[in-house]
Design a protein around this ligand. Structure first.
Ligand SMILES: [Zn+2]
Length: 377
């Protein structure tokens, strides 16, 4: 019997393998255009010695990673955000980057892509509040595509199987969704062709099924590769078209319900307790019971109008400016609980995602509280 410690040392994992898993949950293409999520320092081919999860890869956190023999930091916020023209250590960002590079620490950021998936940052906030019937508050468009292909009748089963296996055919709670209609395909191969049925230079008619499946755009390469390897024809006929449908599980913010309506002050107490808040900045409490709750970790003022049109009772977010509090129109209670506080459970979320996939690997949570905001009472 092999001892666990031996097994641990034998199993080598690359930074790339860890990133591949994280991006199977929060694909990097779901990040916002202004964002800079991804591998910021380090080499994807390095073997990982241990992972440290944090919200912010500050110099102190990089020191912690070095001390704990973790050569990979998984951070929510990208420490490199605006680009560099010089790197000489004049500010905390440059000092952190220099330290990471000098010590061969890979810093990977999973930011708005983790905000934009239903089981991401906001899903974890919703867990703390016990929200049910969850939906994305502002679903993202242009994230879905459709594949149409034409398959000889006897090979439809294996082609569909391959497409489903590559991640096509999922619509909300349903998987293996496809539409199939029978028709006749025609083709004439040229003199260099080697047709699966018929002869070169002679027009052939074949009973085929037109198969349609929807898939997330980022899987296009995998889906088309699966199609081509399962389809029997030399030249596979297929069309890929972009859809403007919203993706129900991708986008900003989350809306859900408390299992029972609650007195608004009781809800604020729940919020304060679950998020360990010293203080909540909020708009006027309207005195009516609350049940529909929207959450957005970090700066969420861009979602105020979505929350209003979603008839939300309370919107829990952070980084509200004075005038933005007015935008709630006293139709919902806006609660600003602080940026760090709203995203604090993201560290647990990342550690849980990694631990589940790599149970024998060192996955640590940073012990450093990186919140730059303090409260004086
Ligand atoms: Zn944030």
């Amino acid at each position: 019997m092999i001892k666990l410690s031996l097994r641990l040392s034998l199993h080598k994992m690359t930074i790339a393998e860890i990133i591949a898993h994280l991006e199977s949950i929060a694909p990097s293409t779901y990040q916002e255009h202004y964002d800079n999520a991804g591998l910021l320092t380090g080499n994807p081919e390095w073997h990982c010695s241990g992972m440290l999860c944090t919200l912010d890869a500050t110099e102190e956190v990089i020191q912690e990673a070095i001390s704990k023999q973790c050569n990979m930091i998984i951070a929510h916020h990208p420490i490199i955000f605006n680009g560099f023209k010089k790197i000489n250590g004049k500010n905390y960002v440059e000092r952190a980057v220099i330290k990471a590079i000098k010590n061969d620490v890979a810093v990977y950021a999973i930011h708005t892509n983790l905000d934009n998936v239903i089981h991401g940052v906001n899903g974890r906030m919703a867990d703390e509040l016990g929200l049910i019937n969850r939906k994305i508050l502002a679903p993202k468009g242009n994230t879905l595509k459709k594949l149409f292909t034409f398959v000889p009748v006897n090979h439809v089963e294996e082609v569909r199987e391959a497409l489903f296996g590559a991640g096509a055919g999922t619509i909300g709670k349903y998987s293996e969704c496809s539409f199939n209609v029978e028709g006749t395909g025609t083709f004439t191969g040229n003199e260099t062709s080697n047709p699966f049925v018929g002869q070169p230079g002679k027009r052939h008619s074949e009973m085929e099924l037109k198969v349609e499946v929807v898939f997330p755009s980022y899987l296009q390469h995998a889906v088309v590769t699966a199609l081509k390897s399962a389809h029997p024809y030399e030249e596979v006929a297929y069309d890929v078209v972009g859809l403007s449908n919203d993706h129900p599980e991708i986008g900003a913010g989350l809306i859900g319900e408390l299992p029972q309506p609650m007195d608004v002050k009781a809800f604020l107490n729940l919020l304060k307790h679950q998020f360990k808040l010293p203080v909540i900045r909020h708009t006027s409490l309207m005195g009516k019971p609350v049940q529909r709750i929207a959450v957005c970790g970090g700066a969420g003022s861009f979602l105020i109008s979505k929350a209003l049109s979603g008839k939300v009772d309370v919107f829990v977010t952070a980084d509200m400016k004075y005038h933005e509090f007015f935008d709630g129109e006293d139709k919902m209670v806006i609660c600003d609980i602080g940026h760090y506080e709203s995203e604090q459970f993201t560290i647990d979320l990342l550690a849980a995602i990694l631990h589940k996939k790599f149970p024998t690997f060192a996955v640590l949570k940073s012990g450093i509280q990186t919140n730059p905001v303090h409260y004086y009472f």
